[in-house]
Each structure stands twice: as structure tokens, then as C-alpha cells.
Design a protein around this ligand. Sequence first.
Ligand SMILES: [Zn+2]
Ligand SMILES: [Zn+2]
Length: 160
Amino acid sequence: MADAANTPTPESCIASHSDEEYDKKCIFCKILKGEMGTELLHSDETVSCFQDIHPGAPHHYLVVPSKHVGNCKSLSKEHVPLVEKMLETGKEILEKNNVTDLSDVRFGFHWPPFCSVTHLHLHVLAPVSQMGFMSRLIYRLNSYWFVTADQLLQRLNSMG
Ligand SMILES: [Zn+2]
Ligand SMILES: [Zn+2]
């Protein structure tokens, strides 16, 4: 693997989410308000789900808090139930879309600053075995820019 594979630029994540500047207004809040014409696959008081605009796998969903919550670096132990609910919802969406092999699914978060969208969002990608080279890089396990949902929960639970 070339050096480039170990040091992706923040742009790789930005490109995966948008083609424009979204640092001024939160794009996900706009989506949740129905301002972007994006179809919500799930929406309740706590969490909502929609498809990623730039899918990195045949199934690529984003599960987000329905109310604006900052990125995973800003979370604390009190957010554990929220993150668990996001994960649970991601699994339900996969089931609804006939993805049953949960061993071939990736659930995770981009670690700041490797993301342009500050609204907390869980990436749900399946099947992992069909992800292309760039997607494997952007959503790479054990990298410093992507953490799995389990790793984030472990981190939050270990907080005082
Ligand atoms: Zn937001
Ligand atoms: Zn992301």
C-alpha cells in the first residue's frame, strides 16, 4: 500500500458528503427539515435516517440525531443511549432493505477534523465486501479518521 493510502486528506471525506461549502449552515439540519428534498427513510423524535448522497457501498445510510448534536469528539458518556439508538436504527434500516448479513456491514463515525459536516452521523455501509478502493480508505478500520460505533461506545463508556 502506498503512502497516500495512510494519509488521506480531509478532502476525501468532504468529497464523500458534498460538492459545496457546508461549514456555514448545517446541511443535515436542512435535510431533516425537508429543505433539500432528501427522502427520510426513518424519522422519529430521537434519530433520523437517509441515504448518503455519495454512496460508498451498494447500501450506504446515514443515521443522525433528529436534533443537532455535534461530532463524535464532542460527545460524553451521557450520549451512549443516543449512539446505541443510532446503531439500532441503522440495523433496522438494513433489515428493511434486505441486508441480513451483519458481519459484512460497517458502522462508524468520522473522527474530526476529517469531516466537513459537524452534525453527528453514523455511516452504515453494506456489504463491506463490495466497497471500492476509495470507500475502503474513507471508511477504514483502525485509522485515525474513522472509528467504528463499537469503538466510540467503548470510548464513551470509559469516560468518567
Ligand atoms: Zn445539524
Ligand atoms: Zn462522515
